[in-house]
Design a protein around this ligand. Structure first.
Ligand code: TA6
Length: 337
């Protein structure tokens, strides 16, 4: 079953949540604004459910903070949640019910700032750079363009495709016409993502970089380890993010005993995170050229022991001519050690 209105929404960009709220607040009191936003979210969700819901596989709900959220459920018992604000995967659970991703305790689910946790997007800039740190994709509402529970009707893989395209807010920062199409799919207990960036300009090339800034829950940061990075050159951003030191990774496994903020260049497409519970998250990717490992350490005293970020990244800028598309994908699974 495939439900789609393809990229039609690309031609009707939505106003970012913050902007919509600003407009409303000019005409209403705070309470009315909140009510209006909630009513609109509820209407969106029921409309989305009618258009794109697939029984037992894909549903739409008002998630945390009332944010419209897509819930994917696989017959094996695994599940995933994707919040349209930021196109952010905020939950990926195994059939046991175990959560793999991490949401920081300071995360806001009110559209006032990007969601700090799950899999936020960094696009069209990884940062630091000219625009806000990780670009604008993580603080805009993405549109649903299709859902599916194909291709195998006996063992359907629930998936949703979201799209993001230019509007006045993005153009003020990055004067380009683009479409980002992002697919999130459960394949059994695995989480798969596909991302396509299309240059919709009529004559101008653009360049971008970015990442899937994935937060994983770990048993204790002191025992977590990242494998698959040995031999790679990396940029150590811990001292000066604007002028990172260039180093070569000589450890079989990267462990944590202080802040880590490293961009590994030319990753092999396979890394794994030993989460310290006897299990690891294995991450295979295609066309994400680089990998990032981040732990804020005690600068986030409240939560640093509970997570680390292992990110699929495209750190070197990609140049796309008009009509050209860049594609990258990830397959993540939990494995016993
Ligand atoms: O991806 C690593 C990094 O760019 C770090 O340099 C650090 O600034 C971090 O992201 C911030 O992440 P946040 O989710 O708080 O925006």
């Amino acid at each position: 079953m495939l439900k789609s209105f393809l990229l039609a929404t690309a031609r009707h960009p939505r106003t970012p949540t913050r902007q919509r709220r600003a407009t409303l607040s000019r005409t209403a009191t705070g309470a009315r604004v909140l009510r209006a936003v909630r009513v609109q979210a509820a209407a969106n969700v029921s409309e989305l459910q009618t258009k794109f819901g697939i029984p037992d596989a894909v549903s739409f709900t008002e998630g945390r903070g009332g944010l419209p959220t897509v819930v994917l459920k696989h017959a094996c018992g695994s599940s995933a949640e994707v919040v349209l604000f930021g196109g952010c995967v905020t939950s990926w659970k195994q059939s046991s019910g175990d959560e793999v991703l991490y949401i920081r305790p300071d995360a806001k689910f009110d559209g006032s700032k990007p969601i700090s946790g799950g899999i936020p997007h960094c696009f069209p800039q990884f940062g630091p750079g000219e625009m806000q740190q990780h670009g604008f994709a993580r603080n805009l509402e993405w549109e649903v363009s299709s859902t599916s529970a194909d291709p195998n009707p006996d063992n359907p893989d629930p998936e949703v495709q979201l799209v993001l395209t230019q509007n006045d807010y993005t153009k003020a920062m990055w004067p380009h016409n683009f479409v980002v199409a992002y697919t999130v799919r459960l394949h059994g207990e695995e989480l798969h993502t596909d991302m396509r960036v299309m240059n919709m300009n009529s004559s101008e090339a653009f360049s971008f970089n970015g990442a899937l800034h994935t937060y994983f829950e770990v048993a204790d940061i002191n025992t977590a380890k990242v494998n698959g990075l040995k031999g790679l050159t990396y940029l150590d951003k811990t001292v000066d993010a604007e002028n990172p030191a260039k180093k070569v990774e000589d450890r079989d496994a990267v462990s944590f005993s202080g802040p880590v903020d490293s961009v590994y260049l030319g990753s092999s497409g396979h890394v794994s995170l030993d989460v310290g519970t006897g299990a690891a998250v294995s991450i295979d990717s295609t066309n994400w050229s680089d990998a990032v490992v981040w732990s804020p350490w005690t600068s986030m005293e409240e939560c640093y022991k509970e997570f680390c970020c292992v990110e699929n990244a495209q750190f070197e800028p990609v140049s796309l001519g008009p009509g050209e598309t860049w594609k990258a994908s990830t397959h993540m699974k939990v494995v016993d050690l």
